[in-house]
Design a binder for this molecule. Structure first.
Ligand code: MN
Length: 501
C-alpha cells in the first residue's frame, strides 16, 4: 500500500490526521477528569456536600484546617472509588496511600491537598468508545482520591476577594487516562462515556454545569509515527462541546508554532470559549515542585478482598452490557440501543415499556421507535427529562398494545399519544370513549370505496392503467374514514374493487 502520509496525497488519508502547511499531523490527547464523589459527607469530615448552600455553612474544623484537627476517612467515599474502579474494569489496589500535595492558595487553608500519589486506590483499566463506527479502547492509567479546594470569589466586591470553604474537603476522584485519544470527537466521546458510566454506577452525578465533572485536557501534536510531542494541559474544561473545541484549537495552535520553526513550552492553559482560543495560565510545574509525602495523619488505606467483592456483586448492569443485551434480546439496531442506554433512566423506561406485557410481550423495535422518536422528541421539545414525562411507561405500553392488536393504526396512535400527554388517562378507555377504533369491518370500508369509485371515473381509468397510483385512493378512503380505516383492509378492498389483483 502506498504511504499516503509521506506522499502527501489527499485521498485515502486516515481520517484523524490534521493537514498542516508542511504535511500531516496527529493530535494526541490524554485526560485527567475530576469527578466529585456522590456522597453526603466530605472525604475526611462529616460536613455536608450539598450544593448551593450559604457560603461557609458546610465547613467543619477539619475543612477549615484548624490546628490539631485530624482527618477521618469517610468509608462511603472509599466504596464509591472502588465501585468506579470496578466499572472501569480496573484493578483495585488493596493498599493505597494518602499523600500531601503542598501548595499555597487562599482557598486551601491546609496549605496542602490530601491526594494520592505513588499508590492510588485504583490502577489500570479501560473505557471503550465508538466514533464513526470505529471501536476505540482508551486506557485508564489510574484513579485516585483527593480533596477539593474551596472557592475564591472575586466578583462580589471591587477591592476584596472572598473565600467560600463549602467545597473544601469534598471528595474528588481524579480519573487519569492514557494518551490514547486521537481527535476532538474521540475526546468528547470519551468524557461522555465516562460520565455515563459514573452515572450508572451512582458514584458521580456528572453535572458539568455545577463543576461536578471537569476535564483537564492534555494535548500534543506529532508527525504520524513519531515519538510524543510536548504537551500542554488545558485546565477545567466544563462541557463536552468545549472539550472538542479546546482540542481542536490547541492542536492547531501547536501545529502553527512548530511549522513556523518554534517549539512548544510545557504549560498550563485556559480555554476561552467566547474567543475560541487557549491562553497561557502558568508554566507547568513538575511533580517534585509539590513536595509530595505520605500524610502522617493517615495510615495507609487497607481494603479486604471481601469488601471489594461485595461491592462488585452490587454493581448495576453497565451501559456496554445493557446495549449488547438490548440488541440481542429486543432486536434493536446498535444505534437505537446506544441512544437508549446513554442515560440509565431512559434505558429503564424503555425496558418498562417493553416488558410490561399483557400477552406475549411487546415488539422491542416498535417500543424503541416510540420511546426515541415520539417520547424523547416530545420531551426535548418541552425541555423535560424522562423523570418528568407526563406519559408513563404503562401508558405508552398501553398505546403499543392497541397498535399491536389492530385496535388503532399507527397514525391514530400518534393522536392518542397527544391526548394521553395532555390529559392523562388509560389509552384503551380513551379509544373507546372517543370512538378512535380502527375500522376493520370490510363492509363499511367497501361502502366508502364504492362511493369514491363512483365519483372519480377518471382516477379509476388512471389506476387501472398504472396500479402505482392507487395511493390516491387509499388517501381518499382514509380521509373519508377520519383516518380510522385499517390500512391493510383498505388495500385489500381497493385492489379487489378496482380489479388490480
Ligand atoms: Mn487533581
Amino acid at each position: 500500500m502506498q504511504d499516503k502520509a509521506k506522499s502527501g496525497a489527499k485521498s485515502g488519508k486516515p481520517p484523524n490526521l490534521i493537514a498542516g502547511a508542511t504535511g500531516d499531523w496527529e493530535v494526541v490527547v490524554g485526560m485527567e477528569v475530576h469527578a466529585q464523589v456522590a456522597s453526603n459527607a466530605k472525604l475526611f469530615s462529616g460536613a455536608s456536600t450539598a450544593f448551593g448552600a450559604e457560603p461557609n455553612s458546610h465547613v467543619s474544623l477539619v475543612d477549615a484546617a484548624m490546628p490539631g484537627m485530624l482527618p477521618v476517612i469517610n468509608a462511603e467515599c472509599i466504596a464509591q472509588a472502588v465501585r468506579t474502579g470496578l466499572g472501569l474494569k480496573a484493578e483495585i489496589n488493596l493498599t493505597s496511600v494518602f499523600d500531601r500535595k503542598n501548595y499555597f492558595y487562599p482557598d486551601l487553608p491546609q496549605g496542602y491537598q490530601i491526594s494520592q500519589y505513588k499508590s492510588p486506590i485504583v490502577g489500570e483499566g479501560e473505557v471503550e468508545i465508538e466514533v464513526d463506527g470505529e471501536a476505540i479502547h482508551v486506557g485508564i492509567e489510574r484513579v485516585h482520591l483527593e480533596q477539593d479546594a474551596g472557592k475564591s470569589i472575586h466578583d462580589q466586591h471591587p477591592d476584596y476577594t472572598y473565600v467560600d470553604l463549602n467545597r473544601s474537603g469534598v471528595a474528588l476522584m481524579e480519573i487519569v487516562s492514557k494518551p490514547d485519544i486521537r481527535s476532538p470527537k474521540q475526546a468528547q466521546a470519551y468524557v461522555s462515556k465516562l460520565r455515563t458510566i459514573l452515572r450508572y454506577l451512582g458514584t458521580c452525578d456528572g453535572d458539568m454545569e455545577k463543576g461536578n465533572l471537569r476535564a483537564d485536557v492534555n494535548v500534543s501534536v506529532r508527525r504520524p509515527g513519531d515519538a510524543l510531542g510536548t504537551r500542554c494541559e488545558i485546565k477545567n474544561v466544563n462541557s463536552i462541546r468545549f472539550i472538542g473545541e479546546a482540542v481542536e484549537v490547541e492542536a492547531r495552535r501547536q501545529i502553527d508554532i512548530i511549522e513556523e520553526g518554534g517549539t512548544i513550552n510545557q504549560e498550563t492553559r485556559l480555554f476561552d470559549a467566547a474567543k475560541g482560543e487557549t491562553r497561557s495560565m502558568r508554566s507547568k510545574e513538575e511533580a517534585h515542585d509539590y513536595r509530595y509525602f505520605p500524610d502522617p495523619d493517615l495510615l495507609p488505606l487497607e481494603l479486604t478482598q471481601a469488601f471489594v467483592d461485595d461491592l462488585k456483586i452490587g454493581l448495576p448492569e453497565l451501559p456496554d452490557e445493557k446495549r449488547q443485551r438490548f440488541v440481542r434480546e429486543y432486536g434493536l439496531s446498535a444505534y437505537d440501543a446506544d441512544v437508549l442506554v446513554a442515560e440509565r433512566e431512559n434505558a429503564e423506561f424503555f425496558e418498562a415499556v417493553v416488558s410490561m406485557q399483557k400477552s406475549g410481550g411487546r415488539d422491542g423495535k416498535l417500543a424503541a421507535n416510540w420511546v426515541i422518536n415520539e417520547l424523547f422528541g416530545r420531551l426535548n421539545k418541552e425541555g423535560e427529562e424522562i423523570s418528568a414525562s407526563p406519559v408513563s411507561a404503562a401508558q405508552l405500553g398501553g398505546i403499543l398494545d392497541l397498535i399491536g392488536n389492530g385496535t388503532i393504526s399507527g397514525k391514530i396512535a400518534k393522536d392518542l399519544f397527544e391526548i394521553v400527554w395532555a390529559e392523562g388517562g388509560d389509552p384503551a378507555e380513551i379509544v373507546e370513549k372517543r370512538g378512535m377504533r380502527q375500522v376493520t369491518d370490510t363492509g363499511a370500508i367497501e361502502k366508502v370505496v364504492d362511493e369514491i369509485i363512483a365519483a372519480n371515473p377518471k382516477q379509476v381509468e388512471q389506476v387501472q392503467a398504472n396500479p402505482k397510483t392507487m395511493g390516491w385512493f387509499v388517501g381518499q378512503v382514509m380521509k373519508l374514514s377520519g383516518g380510522k380505516a385499517n390500512p391493510a383492509a383498505v388495500n385489500e378492498v381497493l385492489k379487489r374493487k378496482l380489479g388490480l389483483e
